[in-house]
Design a protein around this ligand. Sequence first.
Ligand code: SF4
Length: 465
Amino acid sequence: MKYHIWTEGCQMNVADSQRVASALEHLGYQSTDHAEAADVIVLNTCVVRQSAEDRAYGRLSSLRPLKDRRPDLVINLMGCLVGVKGNPRLKERFPYVDVFSPPSDPGPLLAFLTQDETYKMEQAQTQRRYAYMDGDLALPVEERGQLVMAHVPVVYGCSHACTFCIIPFRRGIERSRPAEDVLVEVRSLVAQGVKEVTLLGQIVDRYGVDQPEGPGLSGLLRLLHPIEGLERIRFLTSHPSYMTDELLDTVAELPKVMPHIEVPCQAGDDQVLQNMKRGYTAGDYHRLVERIRQRFSGNGSAATNGSAANGGSANGGTAVNGSYPPVSIATDVIVGFPGETAEQFQHTYDLLEELRLDVAHLARYSTRQGTVASRRMQDDVPEEEKMRRFRLLEELQERIVAEINARYLGSTVEVLFEEEVKGRWKGRTPTNKLVFVQAGRDLRGQVQPVQITWTGPWSMQGSLL
Ligand code: SF4
């Protein structure tokens, strides 16, 4: 029996697909890259952008002839297209889909395949569902011993109501996983060869807020840190309003927690931010970036066991002989939000130019049905203008990142290697910069010092020392 999984969208979906694969392998299924050869096909979907949603519909329609030829084929539609409450219209439009599953939940598919009534009842109870999903994650066979980096969801859903965002409607309210479950899963992943875990949440820095008796994200990082064999820990995505000094101190202090912060600003204009209901101002975001940098510069209270000031950070984030920033910061920006004027866009441009962040994930606004913006705001910035603003930020960011990365030239950095790509080994620095080296040996899963010999905006090259 074979399964085939097609995944669209964010890291949370990638992690969800991994869970489905693991569960199917528990039932005796094996993975195949070819949908035509599969007995079970899972489409794990995303609706954050219209293009992603269109791809899911296209893929779904393309399976129709296969299902007609092989009625025993099981088709499972999963993820944000289905949503937490289910979507009756999908059932009408795609009657040949056998199972509809909400995001992060392999339960309906397993119940369908096993016809297990007891299990179906258990699925109705959220706590039990978590226990099943989180207790014993076995990586899919093809990833065991091969996968160096894994994503581990720690917060499901989101209770914010950013006006452009469909996530709260599709993934439900915010729920943190018990720390014990996360520990069990990370230990299990490490035992299977994983060296780096990235803790995932829509607002990961709110981890534990809904479980007052348990640890917050800082506490969780401290619990995970001693796991033997685990080399690196990252987390994403943070929300500017919840990034505490305690969390920054923890990141700066713990050697295995990487100095890379993903914290979206979305816009640099206060009125646009208010229209988005983000809950902070451009000034707040500016101060946050300063606070993060200060924490890692040797001026912050926690940067006492290694920082730019004394020539080496706790987490290997500082150049041995270079002068690159000891912490990297990534952001998300949406251009062309309803009502965004040229002047308001300029404020976003100015903010990025001033802050000089390491990464800006850029998106052009598109209306998502069901969001507050879709009901109350008019998508009134013309497409060409959205594209113009997008390109301006893209060019700005490319220049900034090229300049930041050039500061790595000649430095020695610790690189965790993931895989060989076209004869070169690919890995990442603590600050999440992509590095390629030539090596005549297997480097998978190894952390090695690398001297940087070339830098560009998107990657660097270096030599093993
Ligand atoms: S954009 Fe806003 S609503 Fe959407 S997941 Fe992030 S915090 Fe939650």
